[in-house]
Design a protein around this ligand. Structure first.
Ligand SMILES: [Zn+2]
Length: 274
């Protein structure tokens, strides 16, 4: 019997922004977000979207100090391999916050980080911000640890699109979790039970983050078949730390005074009548 191994629902040759070489992207399942992989580095579309934005905005990323919270993708491995200033952290309450696990990660609570202010050029989070209980604290802490001009580059599924963001679960003072909507879990390399989704985000995520953190967030939506960037929910968010541009200097001319306008109108009327 013929093997069915090559029954791809999509297979495209192109250039992979993660492993930075010509490659083939292929999926055996129509849910491209999880299944449309680079056959060279195993990256998913959202990782290729993230790297596409990263290399566009910070082509010198290899020279920068980078904090990635909760890594675990091909893009994480690429950052670690290529950037000497890369530091990975995991939410790991089994060791003291700020200490380093023998397997390499530093234990950090994204909502209460032990890093000094203005330490990083880049903070990367990939599908993390839909799992934090206090996203206002997390994005504010990310902003605190960024240098001026630094960027938080992240992927987060904006499942509610133009609808408002909605909380799915919250912590309670007694340490339990209250589910406001049916519990939903995503895969988590640190936890076989997966990660609980705490917020279903809409595009108002940018306005919300900016209001609570003072950062300036732009949402990039990319559809680029030649780079294997095709799937649902693969927006890349870039939050910049820094002030607004200086666009002063314009001086509006003094408006025509009412009396002069009436005189002008009379003169035109006179000319028309004679
Ligand atoms: Zn690749």
């Amino acid at each position: 019997m013929a093997a069915v191994q090559d029954e791809y629902v999509l297979k495209v040759d192109g250039f992979c922004p993660v492993c930075e070489q010509d490659s083939t992207f292929a999926a055996r399942d129509p849910w491209l977000r999880d299944h449309y992989l680079c056959l060279s580095c195993n990256s998913q579309p959202r990782e290729r979207a993230l790297f596409s934005v990263l290399t566009q905005l910070r082509p010198n990323w290899r020279e920068l100090s980078i904090h990635e919270s909760s890594p675990g993708t091909a893009a994480s491995r690429r950052l670690q391999d290529q950037a000497p200033g890369y530091l990975a952290s995991q939410y790991d309450p089994s060791i003291p916050w700020g200490s380093v696990h023998p397997r390499g990660w530093r234990s950090e609570d994204l909502e209460r980080q032990t890093f000094a202010d203005a330490k990083f050029d880049l903070v990367i989070t990939q599908d993390v911000m839909e799992h934090v209980f206090a996203p206002d604290l997390a994005i504010t802490e990310i902003g605190r640890t960024l240098k001026p001009g630094g960027l938080h580059i992240c992927t987060v599924p904006i499942v509610n699109k133009e609808g408002p963001s909605v909380r799915r679960a919250r912590r309670k003072a007694d340490g339990t979790v209250e589910h406001l909507l049916e519990p939903s879990f995503h895969g988590n390399p640190m936890d076989p039970n997966g990660s609980l989704v705490t917020v279903d985000w809409g595009y108002d995520i940018a306005a919300y983050w900016d209001a609570v953190s003072g950062l300036s967030t732009t949402i990039f939506t990319i559809d680029d078949p030649g780079r294997g960037i095709q799937a649902e929910y693969i927006e890349v968010l870039v939050s910049r730390k820094g002030g607004l541009p200086d666009l002063t200097g314009d001086v509006a001319p003094t408006p025509v005074r009412e009396s002069e306008f009436r005189k002008l109108a009379r003169r035109i009327k006179h000319r028309l009548m004679h």
